[in-house]
Design a protein around this ligand. Structure first.
Ligand SMILES: [Zn+2]
Length: 96
């Protein structure tokens, strides 16, 4: 889960659907809808405009910690066995 911190969807929360690490973009469920014209059939009475989710910049969202339910920054720590893990900076819980 992430929280949008800037832009028109500021304050919205959503599940991350797809990540594009190369582009530093992510697709978040229910966030950043864009209108797109679809080629409707002749018989269709509905206007040919549909809402589609568009990717948002990673920098525009914050991770929402599942443990403490707060928007948080990610920290890193090493476990006893030397494995590096991501942690929530707010509650220090490990994020998988
Ligand atoms: Zn937390």
């Amino acid at each position: 889960m992430v929280l949008v911190i800037t832009g028109k969807d500021k304050g919205k929360k959503g599940k991350v659907r797809v990540t594009h690490p190369k582009d530093r973009m992510i697709l978040v469920e229910g966030v950043n809808f864009i209108k797109k014209h679809s080629r409707a059939k002749k018989q269709a009475r509905q206007a040919g405009i549909i809402d589609l989710e568009a990717p948002v910049r990673v920098a525009n969202v914050m991770l929402l910690c599942a443990k403490c339910n707060q928007p948080t920054r990610i920290g890193f720590t090493s476990l006893d066995d030397g494995k590096k893990v991501r942690i929530c900076r707010t509650c220090q819980e490990v994020i998988d």
